[in-house]
Design a protein around this ligand. Structure first.
Ligand SMILES: [Zn+2]
Ligand SMILES: [Zn+2]
Length: 150
């Protein structure tokens, strides 16, 4: 019975992260999501499985600056997430897979000009995505309109 739970936890973790390939989660968030889907999955099982899945290359484990906790993200075989860097929206958390040629050029320049060989699996660029920028400016406009009216 114990073995069945272990396999179940692994499957649930993978399917949850596969459904959200554009996002990354903390172990705690994964635990919450997975326990909602299946009974009898405990913290230890989830944490142990996360480690195993990282070792097997199914997941990426990343640490973001100024934050204590690790983040996990699904690493698909087709996408080779361990071989390119990612960008992330600070506001909504959306992940961008940077596998286009301009990134390769950046990596090469970094190596040539600074002598720094980038570790793509650990590199994340932060910004604000188009949707969040539009939303921000809209709420700014709205606030201004309200001020003018009063
Ligand atoms: Zn990727
Ligand atoms: Zn965003």
């Amino acid at each position: 019975m114990k073995g069945a739970y272990r396999t179940k936890a692994r499957e649930e973790i993978l399917s949850f992260l596969k459904e959200h390939t554009e996002q990354r989660f903390t172990a705690k968030e994964i635990l919450t999501a997975v326990s909602e889907r299946a009974d009898g999955i405990n913290k230890t099982t989830v944490y142990r499985n996360l480690d195993r899945l990282c070792e097997a290359g199914n997941l990426l484990k990343l640490k973001e600056p100024n934050q204590d906790s690790w983040f996990y993200q699904y690493s698909s075989e087709q996408r080779h997430c361990d071989q390119h860097m990612h960008a992330q929206c600070n506001v909504c958390g959306r992940i961008y897979h940077l596998d286009s040629p301009f990134v390769k050029t950046f990596e090469q320049n970094l190596l040539e000009e600074c002598g720094l060989m980038m570790d793509p699996a650990k590199t994340v660029i932060f910004g604000t995505c188009e949707t969040c920028r539009t939303f921000k400016s809209r709420s700014r406009d709205l606030a201004r309109d309200l001020r003018q009216r009063s």
